[in-house]
Every structure is written in structure tokens, then in C-alpha cells.
Ligand binder design. Structure first.
Ligand SMILES: NC(=O)c1ccc[n+]([C@@H]2O[C@H](COP(=O)([O-])OP(=O)(O)OC[C@H]3O[C@@H](n4cnc5c(N)ncnc54)[C@H](OP(=O)(O)O)[C@@H]3O)[C@@H](O)[C@H]2O)c1
Length: 324
């Protein structure tokens, strides 16, 4: 089979597109013929050795997959060859085949395109966990979302609107902000040209936002935290801009607010039943036509390195998908 292979840690340009051995499942595993693999920011980190998960070399990146079951291990009872599935694997998705345990996968709803199925769980799973389980976002509350046109950011906009919150979308270009408006954002802020703290305060009559969703970090974090309402919840989701901010602890004291960590990957392992409920909720919303991932661009497997570079250079909106 063909695969994108990380043989040495480094930027996307160091990845190889090459022929590798076909996969054989262990007794409790399946091999999936991958049809689509959506890119997530952690894929850009794992190949550089900058992510918390550090697979042994060589490995293929890629977690968010959809495809057809090709082979099943002897103990697998709940899936069979030919079943259409989607799910999240630790890595290995940017290849014609990926091997995983069945707890990682769901039956793909009939009629759901592979590229949509591959774009759901990571982004919407993270954002539903953040908004519902960590922030307990309530109807009518205001949430300000950093990086709002990115993968997890746009999913947060989409879900916050389903929860009847008021959304302030914050992003770096007019084009990205227009997409957020199409997804229902009530207000927009270009945080590269406007004063983030002053604008959030202005848009909330001086009270500040009840919840802030931050997958970006860097110099946006402190002004956003300074624009937090009394008893607000600040969601630490990621650091796409690279720098991990250091926060003066007088700020949460003065605002009576919580700074709350969000780690969806660990949540799926620590609380699998709750995660299953969330995943089924996301699927139901999709089937009811209430949410839909935005797919900006698709690429063939041979161009996966280029797709990763676009993401690292802030040149994509919503999801980018490798189609196989
Ligand atoms: N905690 C969790 O469980 C969890 C789960 C999934 C992802 N994450 C993290 O969430 C973050 C976003 O992931 P994603 O897949 O949504 O990525 P993404 O689609 O690339 O979105 C990230 C957004 O960050 C903004 N950004 C600002 N400065 C940037 C820079 N220097 N380089 C790249 N982007 C920059 C960009 O928006 P603007 O151009 O508009 O600023 C971009 O749209 C990552 O740090 C990822 O590791 C965390």
C-alpha cells in the first residue's frame, strides 16, 4: 500500500510518500481501507516530535479517518469486512490502510460522504466536550471563540449556536470571519487589527464574555482573559500560535473566573461512556441537519505534506481532507 511516512522528525517537507507493507490485524483489531483522512493541527506537531504522543519511527500521521473494513481479527464480532466506518485512531491515517481496535470506530451513517465522516469526531468531539462538559455553557450566555474559523474553532461556533449561546467569533482575516458568520456567529472581531479586550467588552456592554474558547494561545490569551465576565470560564484548548502564555494569577481572582483545561483525547480514555454519548449527540445533530463540518480543501494522499504546510501557515478554514 501507499502511505505518508515520517522516517525522521521534522517539518512536512521531510515526510515521504512511499510503498509500505500491507497491514495485518491483531485478534481484536480491524484493518480499514482509508477513504478519507482529515487533518488536525496535532498532525503538524506529531511529525516534529512536539506533541504529547511520540510514536516510534517510522510512522504515518493522521487520526481522523473514514473508510471500509478490509480485514478483521479473529475476536472481532461487532464489525465485518465491507462495513463503512469512521473514527479516531492515535496515528496512521494518512495511508491506504490503517489498523485499529473497534472501540475507536463507529458505523458510518448511510449517505454521509467519507470526507464529512472523517471531519467530525476530532473537531466536534473536542468542542462539545469543551462547551458542554467543561464550560457548562448556558443558553443566552456569550462565548468568545479564538481561531473561530479553524477546525475546532468553527465546530465550537456551530455547537455554541445549537446550544443557543451568543457567539463572538475572533479570527485573523475578513474571509475567515465571513465563514464564521455563515455558521451563525452573532459578532465578529479581527484580532489582528482590532483591540481584542476592548471589542469583547464593547460587545458585552462592559460585562465581558461568560466563556472564552482558546485553541490559539500566544498574545491573544491575556487580552481575552481580561475581557472575561464575573464567574466566567476560560477554556484552554490549544496553542496553535506556538507560544504557551503565562497568566498573572490576579486575573482569575479579580474575575472570580475559572481557567479550565480541555483535553479531549484523555477524556475519551478516562470517560469513554460520556464520550460515546457526546459522539452519538454529534451524529444525531448531523442527521437532523443541525451541524455540518466545513471542508475547505481536499488533496490526494501524495499531496498530504503540502496540506499540512497550508495548515501550519494559517492558510486553511474549517477542515482540510486527504482523499484516498
Ligand atoms: N485540547 C484538545 O483536546 C484539542 C483537540 C484538538 C485540537 N487541539 C488544539 O487546538 C488547536 C487548533 O487545532 P485545529 O485542528 O483546529 O487547527 P487549525 O484548524 O489550524 O486552527 C487553528 C487556528 O489558530 C489560528 N492561529 C493563530 N496563529 C496561528 C499560527 N501561528 N499558526 C497556525 N494557526 C494559528 C488560526 O486562525 P487565525 O488565522 O484566524 O488566527 C487557525 O485557524 C491546536 O493547538 C490543537 O493542538 C486541542
Amino acid at each position: 500500500m501507499k502511505a505518508i511516512v515520517c522516517e525522521q522528525l521534522g517539518p512536512p517537507s521531510s515526510l515521504k510518500y512511499k510503498e509500505v507493507e500491507d497491514l495485518t490485524p491483531k485478534e481484536d483489531e480491524v484493518v480499514i481501507a482509508v477513504k478519507a483522512c482529515a487533518i488536525n493541527f496535532p498532525d503538524t506537531l506529531i511529525i516534529q516530535g512536539k506533541y504529547q504522543l511520540r510514536p516510534e519511527l517510522p510512522f504515518s500521521p493522521g487520526s481522523d479517518i473514514a473508510g471500509v473494513i478490509l480485514k478483521t481479527g479473529a475476536e472481532v464480532k461487532d464489525f465485518k469486512e465491507g462495513d463503512e466506518v469512521f473514527g479516531v485512531v492515535p496515528y496512521g491515517g494518512m495511508a491506504e490502510q490503517v489498523c485499529c481496535k473497534t472501540k475507536n470506530i463507529f458505523p458510518k451513517p448511510a449517505g454521509m460522504p467519507y470526507k464529512i465522516a472523517a471531519s467530525f469526531l476530532y473537531a466536534y468531539g473536542t468542542s462539545l466536550h469543551a462547551l458542554k462538559d467543561r464550560a457548562v455553557l448556558k443558553e443566552g450566555e456569550t462565548i468568545a471563540i479564538m481561531g473561530a474559523a479553524g477546525g475546532v474553532g468553527l465546530a465550537a461556533v456551530d455547537i455554541a449556536k445549537k446550544l443557543n449561546a451568543r457567539v463572538i467569533a475572533c479570527a485573523s482575516t475578513t474571509d475567515k470571519l465571513q465563514l464564521c458568520q455563515q455558521y451563525g456567529a452573532d459578532e465578529i472581531i479581527n484580532y489582528t487589527t482590532e483591540d481584542l479586550k476592548a471589542r469583547i467588552k464593547e460587545l458585552t456592554n462592559g460585562r465581558g464574555a461568560n466563556v472564552i474558547y482558546d485553541p490559539v494561545g500566544s498574545s491573544y490569551t491575556e487580552p481575552a482573559l481580561r475581557a472575561m465576565a464575573w464567574k466566567g470560564r476560560y477554556l484552554v484548548v490549544g496553542f496553535a500560535a506556538g507560544e504557551i502564555p503565562k497568566i498573572p494569577l490576579n486575573l482569575p481572582l479579580l474575575k472570580g473566573c475559572a481557567i479550565t483545561g480541555v483535553f479531549w483525547g484523555r477524556f475519551t480514555k478516562e470517560e469513554p461512556d460520556k464520550n460515546l454519548k457526546n459522539s452519538l449527540q454529534i451524529l444525531d445533530w448531523y442527521k437532523e441537519g443541525k451541524i455540518k463540518p466545513f471542508i475547505d480543501k481536499t488533496f490526494p494522499l501524495s499531496e498530504a505534506a503540502y496540506a499540512l504546510e497550508l495548515m501550519m501557515n494559517r492558510k486553511v478554514k474549517g477542515k482540510v481532507v486527504i482523499e484516498i
